[in-house]
Design a protein around this ligand. Structure first.
Ligand code: SF4
Ligand code: SF4
Length: 323
C-alpha cells in the first residue's frame, strides 16, 4: 500500500489522459484551450503499465480525467485496459459530457463503473454562458442513458461561484428527487490563471450545508477511505447532495488520491509546485522501477494544500491535471 508520512493511504489514482478541452468554462479556460504544452500524451501501453504499477501497490480505483478525456479517440480502449488490470475494482471517468450520449454505451460495455459529469447550472442559458456551449440538453440526455444502463455511481460536479450559483440549489434538488444521482457542490478553488475570477466569485459551501440541514437532510458518516467530500441524504429524495469544501480545516486529512498528468507526471497534490516525471521509468518497462519512483516521491507529499495563503502551486488551471 502507498502511504505517506502522515499515515494517509493512497488507493485512488486520478489519471489525466489529455489536457485539451473543448469547453471554455469561465473559472478554468475562459479563453479556451491554448496549446502551450507538448501533446505527446501517455499512450495506451504506457497507461496500462502505469496503472498496473499503481495496482500492484494497492490502487483500487482509477478515474480517467482531462482536460476532456472523451476527446481522445482511444478513451474506450483506455477504460477497458484499466478495467482489465488485476486489483482495479473501479474505473471512473470525469467528463464535461459533450459526447456522452454517443459514448456512454461503449464506455459501459468497456467496464466503466462510475461517471462524473460537470454541470454548473441546470439553466440552459446560464450553462452556455459558463461553458461557451449550448449543450446542456444533450448532456442531460447522456446522463439519462447512463441511468438506464445502470451505471453504479453517477455524480454531477457543480462549482459554486457568486456569478452563477445564486439560488440554484432548488433546481438541482428538484432534478435529483427521482434520480439516483449525487450532485456535489464544489467550492471554487484558486488557480494561477484564475486569481481574479476567484476573488470576485468565491463563496463558501457552508450556506448550502446550513440550508440542507434546515430542510431535513442528514449528513452521512464518512467511511475511512471516503475522500474529502461530505454527503447528505433525505428520505424524500432518491438522489444525494455532496459538498466539497477545500477551504475547510482538515479537508486534506482524508486525502486518498494521487494524480498523474497526461504527460506522465506524478502530482502529489492538486496544488503541487510541479510533477515528478514517471515516463522514463514507465518506458524502462519495469514495474519495480515505476513503483520505486512513486514511493520515493511520496516522501515529499505535504500535509495539505496552502490555498488559505493563496499559494496555488504550479496549477495554472484545472484542465491541466483534471481538477
Ligand atoms: S488538496 Fe492536495 S492534499 Fe488536499 S485532498 Fe486535494 S490532493 Fe489531497
Ligand atoms: S476542463 Fe472542465 S472545467 Fe475546464 S474548461 Fe474543460 S469542462 Fe470546463
Amino acid at each position: 500500500m502507498l502511504e505517506d508520512n502522515f499515515g494517509r493511504q493512497f488507493n485512488y489514482l486520478r489519471l489525466s489522459i489529455t489536457d485539451v478541452c473543448n469547453f471554455s468554462c469561465s473559472y478554468c479556460l475562459p479563453d479556451g484551450y491554448q496549446c502551450d504544452t507538448p501533446r505527446n500524451f501517455l499512450t495506451l501501453d504506457e497507461i496500462t503499465h502505469l496503472v498496473s504499477a499503481f495496482a500492484d501497490v494497492g490502487t483500487k480505483k482509477v478515474r480517467i480525467t482531462g482536460g476532456e478525456p472523451c476527446l481522445r479517440k482511444d478513451v474506450v480502449d483506455i477504460v477497458a485496459a484499466c478495467k482489465s488490470i488485476a486489483g482495479i475494482d473501479e474505473v471512473a471517468i470525469t467528463t464535461n459530457g459533450f459526447n456522452l450520449m454517443e459514448k456512454i454505451d461503449e464506455l459501459v460495455a468497456a467496464g466503466l463503473d462510475s461517471l462524473n459529469v460537470s454541470i454548473d447550472s441546470l439553466n440552459p442559458a446560464m450553462f452556455k454562458l459558463i461553458t461557451g456551449h449550448d449543450k446542456l440538453k444533450n448532456i442531460l440526455a447522456g446522463i439519462e442513458r447512463a441511468i438506464e444502463l445502470g451505471v453504479k455511481s453517477i455524480k454531477i460536479n457543480a462549482v459554486l461561484a457568486k456569478s452563477f450559483s445564486t439560488n440554484h440549489l432548488g433546481e438541482f434538488l428538484t432534478w435529483i428527487a427521482d434520480k439516483p444521482i449525487t450532485v456535489r457542490f464544489i467550492e471554487l478553488m484558486e488557480t494561477g490563471d484564475g486569481a481574479q475570477f476567484f476573488t470576485q466569485n468565491h463563496i463558501s459551501g457552508q450556506a448550502i450545508k446550513a440550508q440542507l440541514l434546515e430542510a431535513g437532510w442528514l449528513q452521512l458518516v464518512r467511511g475511512k477511505q471516503a475522500g474529502p467530500a461530505q454527503e447528505f441524504t433525505h428520505p424524500d429524495y432518491i438522489g444525494r447532495i455532496g459538498l466539497i469544501m477545500p477551504y475547510s480545516p482538515d479537508f486534506c486529512r482524508t486525502c486518498n488520491r494521487l494524480r498523474v498528468s497526461a504527460l506522465g507526471k506524478l502530482h502529489l497534490c492538486l496544488f503541487s509546485e510541479s510533477g515528478i516525471d514517471l515516463r522514463e521509468t514507465i518506458n524502462l518497462n519495469s514495474q519495480v522501477a515505476t513503483i520505486a519512483a512513486i514511493r520515493h516521491a511520496l516522501d515529499d507529499k505535504t500535509v495539505s494544500h496552502e490555498l488559505a495563503k493563496r499559494l496555488t502551486g504550479g496549477t495554472k488551471h484545472l484542465a491541466m491535471i483534471g481538477g
